[in-house]
Design a protein around this ligand. Structure first.
Ligand code: F6P
Length: 520
């Protein structure tokens, strides 16, 4: 099945959206609400325990109709079918894109099922203290060593699901900065520490450096025959793992049809299973699968990821908005934004289309944000009164986990107040004082979820995965490769050689050379 390759700017819908934008760009959402009290109901989607209110967007019925027409003209439906069919839609790497297959229990491939069983057996035995260290003591701390997709997903989920955690401490080392691993290991006991080295390629400089340092640290206390009790790996490169010294029994496989930034659903999630137990990890996968079904089977007008993706295209390509902000009102989701930054920006930061041609329209939005209410006291000034248009997603939960009503009411009151302030502004009440005026008319989406559970978190993550896919399909780019990370990695070999006093022949630029001289 071939993947569609339609230039969106050549569609009829694009032309019509351009004309529609000129007519409506100065439209005021405040007035839209006055004219149509049913707007909040009409521009909302209730699905399972999710409620998306997208009525506070600069859209009319015509905007929605034209965006849906655009989806049709770029063959979004065909693209979704191609992805779920397992076709090699990651064409520049000639790979299928199978992260959704990792959470489809009904149709699970045997190797995925076996790996999940292995994750279950291993995490159970570590949690129950049956897997012991070299001296017979139970494991107390699990250290995940990985970077990018081999770190961001598990670290985000472990933080998000802290409420569901067991007694194990789970830590993450990603940065090649030696201080990161030094601080992580500082108070640890080698006898009770287990390392999970996660690297799909097992060639990533940062991860191998950290893994070697962890091994050295461990061997200061113990001998090499004990490594099997303290080091396991998650990788697609079995040869490199065994070369590192990890026994084949301790390898959890991953596959080339799962991209790094979509891999927390694979054995990359081993640290999550250790932190919250396998059953809760499975609930995360179940929640993601439910969102997959919603995305695959729901008509586009009522489809949450499609709606979010098309709104994003509307602001990015017609309003010229460069960024999007995401503000979860939950401290547990502190690491959601860094995780999504890799998802969105590594996937959609592309300037060549699926036909291999240079693109003359905007693609990947810059994703940024932080948790509320903290964000209100940091950068909300710019969203309210700055010159840039920043469409913002607000994510909140109806119930808090610890049940402190006073705090939760204040938290949610702030979230709702912000969306109201961004919409309504105060211009009319402060016409005499420009400094205090808020023009309002700032677009927001509000996503209300009943409570933060492994299942709802799975659905939330999958929702954003599908949103970025929708954007990529419309922009006619390949979302599943990441060639843009390669050049820097290559050059770092030369800069390292130069810093180590060896030949630096690949350094052509005098500024770079001077910096190296200063560092030497
Ligand atoms: O540098 C980017 C990247 O290739 C990501 O796509 C990936 O998630 C990360 O590096 C880590 O790669 P690996 O799992 O192979 O170590």
């Amino acid at each position: 099945m071939s993947f569609p390759k339609v230039n969106p700017t050549k569609t009829k819908a694009w032309e019509q959206l351009k004309a529609h934008f000129s007519e409506t760009q100065s439209g005021k959402m405040q007035e839209y609400f006055t004219q149509d009290p049913s707007r909040a109901t009409r521009f909302s989607i209730a699905w399972e325990d999710f409620y998306l209110d997208y009525s506070k967007n600069r859209i009319t019925d015509t905007t929605q109709k034209l965006l849906l027409q655009l989806a049709e003209e770029v063959q979004l439906k065909e693209a979704i079918t191609a992805q779920f069919s397992g076709a090699p839609i990651n064409e520049t790497e000639n790979r299928a894109v199978g992260h959704t297959a990792l959470r489809d229990f009904a149709k699970m491939r045997p190797e995925v099922k076996d790996t999940l069983q292995k994750v279950k057996a291993f995490s159970d035995s570590v949690i129950q203290g049956e897997w012991t260290g070299y001296s017979g003591k139970a494991i107390q701390t699990v250290v995940n060593i990985g970077i990018g997709g081999s770190d961001l997903g598990p670290t985000m989920v472990c933080e998000a699901l802290q409420y569901y955690k067991n007694h194990l401490q789970v830590r993450f080392v990603s940065n090649v900065d030696g201080d990161h691993i030094a601080e992580t290991l500082r108070d640890l006991d080698a006898e009770t520490t287990l390392f999970i080295v996660v690297s799909k390629t097992f060639t990533t400089q940062e991860t191998l450096t950290n893994a070697n340092s962890a091994k050295e640290w461990f061997l200061r206390e113990s001998s090499s025959h004990a490594i099997a009790k303290h080091f396991v790996a998650v990788s697609a490169n079995l040869e490199a793992v065994s070369h590192f010294g990890i026994s084949s029994n301790n390898i959890f496989p991953m596959w080339d049809w799962v991209g790094g930034r979509f891999s927390l659903w694979s054995a990359v999630g081993l640290s999550i299973a250790c932190a919250v137990g396998y059953d809760q990890y499975e609930n995360l996968l179940v929640g993601a699968h439910e969102m997959d079904l919603h995305f695959k089977n729901t008509e586009f007008g009522k489809n949450i990821p499609v709606t979010l993706g098309l709104l994003s295209v509307w602001y990015n390509n017609f309003y010229g908005a460069e960024s999007e902000c995401i503000v979860p009102y939950s401290q547990y989701l502190n690491k959601l934004v860094p995780y999504l930054q890799q998802g969105f920006m590594e996937s959609n930061g592309k300037s060549v289309d699926r036909n291999g041609e240079s693109i003359d329209y905007q693609t990947g939005t810059i994703v940024w944000g932080s948790v509320g209410t903290n964000a209100q006291h940091a950068f909300f000034q710019l969203i309210h009164q700055g010159t840039k248009l920043v469409p913002t997603d607000f994510i909140g939960f109806t119930k808090s986990l610890h049940g402190n009503k006073d705090h939760h009411n204040k938290l949610m009151a702030n979230m709702v107040a912000q969306t109201e302030a961004l919409l309504q502004g105060t211009y009319e009440t402060h016409p005499e004082n420009n400094f205090k005026a808020f023009v309002g008319n700032k677009p927001t989406n509000t996503l209300l979820i009943e409570s933060l559970t492994p299942k709802s978190l799975g659905s939330l993550i999958a929702m954003y995965e599908h949103k970025l896919f929708v954007q990529g399909v419309v922009w006619n780019i390949f979302s599943y490769d990441q060639w843009g990370v390669e050049l820097g990695k290559q050059l770092a070999k030369g800069t390292l050689a130069a810093l180590e006093g060896n030949n630096a022949s690949n350094l052509q630029n005098p500024s770079t050379q001077r910096l190296i001289d200063k560092l030497n």
